[in-house]
Design a protein around this ligand. Sequence first.
Ligand code: KIV
Length: 269
Amino acid sequence: MPPDAKVTTAALRARKGTADRIAVLTAYDVVFARLADEAGIDVVLVGDSLGMVVQGERSTLAVTMDEMVYHSRIVSRGVRRAHLVADLPFMSYQASVEDGMHAAGRLLKEGRAEAVKLEGGVEVAELVHRLVRAGIPVMGHIGMTPQSVHQLGGFKVQGRTDAQRAQILDGARAVTDAGAYAIVIEAVPHVLAAEITRAVSVPTIGIGAGVHCDGQVMVMHDLLGLEPAWKPRFVRRYAEMGKAVGEAFAAYAADVRAGRFPAPEETYD
Ligand code: KIV
């Protein structure tokens, strides 16, 4: 694939099982979407993690459809080459297939997303099937599913017991059979993620799921070190931007207070 070719669901599927792993990153606004796109990120995900990293909530549950549509639309203005996926937020699809169809339609029509992501296994298979039949590509999300945080008893690694392993594997198969073109696997032991990756015919995208997935996803704020106090095991920081931004803000405040800003060359004659 030429390096500047538009990333499509077909192009992503073609990378299943190859050494060409898929790089997925979240974004919530146009500036970071453009930076991610220009850096060669394959998939930009407008995650409902925005509830936590942008809005300061303790979970993703409070995020609304209108907020997802808004962030997806502003992110879409920065994305050219990458594939753009937006999350269906909590309770936009759990109550009925019809709810899910309408919500997904809004993310494509108003949010300019190219695909939707939703959480769950066997229980969402019918919705996945209906969405795909309606022409809406679906990315699944299994393992630790943050929208079920209260059911799971916290943001905990899943798939450590035989029953959980079987349930997650069944879910991966069901979502794949229903037509999903990729599946996020979150916070499961790497051996289980490897087993799922072998078991399904579509790319798996891991987060806290080890290196054997077909790709990886990270939350932008984690990768950039924007929250210095937050460093779970699965996060690798590629920058310390929280520190750098804090230092820049403090330097600006000091310059203003001391009358060093603006200088003559920063002033109109
Ligand atoms: O909301 C999100 O950012 C996500 C990723 C962590 C996969 O779902």
